[in-house]
Design a protein around this ligand. Structure first.
Ligand SMILES: *[C@@H]1O[C@H](CO)[C@@H](O)[C@H](O)[C@H]1NC(C)=O
Ligand SMILES: *[C@@H]1O[C@H](CO)[C@@H](O)[C@H](O)[C@H]1NC(C)=O
Ligand SMILES: [Cu+2]
Length: 376
């Protein structure tokens, strides 16, 4: 009784302060779940307060921290690929290795039971490669979609400055492409740190008009050098990835199946459509080539801040009831059905992107298994 009262007295002013500082209902949910995460750290054999890493929003890290992250990304794009150049001629760099792993497994990691855990491990493996192979001493930042939903183009993530992940593509005359509306760009990215980036792999399933040149190989692994294109606008973000959308997703999903389905969208973004979900809304807010291609989307440097936010959203959902929301899985093993139900014992392989193979039950962990980070 006394302990509860004391905890209450300590927690309430702190929550109020945190709420004031962020002014955001998603952060309030994050703060509300933090005690459960701290209790988990206290129990964990591998993750302690001393080695805990903190992931922050792009707008909340300093210019020097942004530059260090960008420098690590450019570094990893210069390091040689570990893949066989005959089998994967388009894989020119260590960065491309990650793209190939995603291309290779696309059909078994989206709309499946392993979607969240696979991408948690993948984003973490990328962060680790920046740290271990490029001397990066920061963490993987995230893109709080809600914070910039009304005008992503002027956000510090996409404003095209030297501390952004580069801006929109050049404005070109173009049409919508399937589910993806025509945005304010469509052409090559001309400003910021990634303006000279060369995309080699894919396309496999492009969703931008005009379509990028075809890859010399049907599997998309051939070398197809071209510019990075984006087609940013607020058309999807202002409807599907606002703070209230994120809050609704977290607070009205009673189980993992509902959470992951709503997050990935039920399709259709027009009037009467089922909604795109924050996952699709983030990808197609970046859009372009390779960002709008289901297979090669990690080739856009903004993929990682997006998927870090996917992971943050899942973490916040889990942290509301960590006991009940960690060792849970729902969904199949194949995007188009036909597979069996996924299991917590299924293994996750990342090929040359990570040496270790883990069962999903370790990758659904928050501050346990291989993971030791929190979101602030
Ligand atoms: C991290 O890296 C940055 C940029 O390279 C450097 O300025 C900073 O001192 C480093 N911090 C630590 C704790 O090593
Ligand atoms: C592609 O996936 C298969 C399993 O489906 C795996 O055996 C192979 O090593 C993967 N290739 C790469 C480059 O990751
Ligand atoms: Cu993916």
């Amino acid at each position: 009784m006394a302990r509860l009262t004391l905890a209450g007295m300590l927690a309430v002013p702190w929550l109020l302060l945190a709420g004031l500082a962020s002014g955001d209902a998603v952060s309030d949910l994050q703060d509300a779940g933090r005690a459960n995460i701290d209790a988990q750290i206290a129990k964990s054999a591998t993750c302690t307060k001393e080695n805990l890493q903190v992931r922050r929003e792009w707008g909340d890290i300093s210019a020097d921290e942004k530059k260090a992250y960008i420098a690590a990304m450019l570094c990893i794009m210069e390091k040689p690929s570990k893949l066989d150049p005959v089998q994967f001629p388009g894989a020119k760099s260590r960065y491309d290795d990650f793209v190939v792993v995603h291309m290779n497994q696309t059909m078994t990691i989206h709309g499946t039971g392993n979607f969240l855990s696979w991408h948690r491990y993948y984003t973490w493996a990328f962060e680790r490669v920046l740290q271990t192979e490029c001397g990066y001493n920061g963490t993987q930042p995230y893109w709080d979609w809600g914070r910039w939903a009304q005008d992503p183009e002027t956000s510090p993530i996409f404003d095209g400055s030297e501390t952004s992940l580069s801006g929109n593509g050049e404005k070109i005359d173009h049409k919508a492409s399937g589910m993806v509306p025509a945005g304010n760009g469509g052409g090559c990215v001309l400003a910021g740190p990634f303006k000279d980036m060369v995309v080699h792999l894919g396309p496999v399933s492009p969703s931008i008009d005009p379509a990028p040149p075809r890859n010399p190989r049907t599997d998309g692994y051939g070398d197809n050098p071209r510019c990075l294109r984006r087609d940013i606008s607020n058309q999807l973000s202002s409807k599907f990835s606002r703070t209230e959308d994120i809050v609704n997703l977290i607070s009205t999903s009673p189980d993992i199946g509902t959470f992951q389905t709503v997050m990935q969208g039920t399709g259709g973004f027009g009037v009467g459509g089922g909604g795109m979900g924050v996952h699709g809304a983030g990808h197609f807010t970046i859009a372009g080539d390779p960002g709008g291609d289901f297979y090669t989307s990690p080739n856009d440097p903004a993929f990682w801040v997006h998927h870090s936010m996917i992971d943050r959203t899942w973490t916040i959902w889990q942290s509301q009831d960590l006991e009940a929301r960690t060792q849970v899985i729902d969904g199949g093993t194949s995007m188009f059905g036909g597979g069996r139900m996924a299991s917590l014992d299924d293994l996750v392989f990342l090929g040359v992107s990570a040496e270790e193979v883990y069962p999903i039950k370790e990758l659904v962990s928050v501050v346990d298994g291989p993971f030791c980070y929190v979101y602030e």
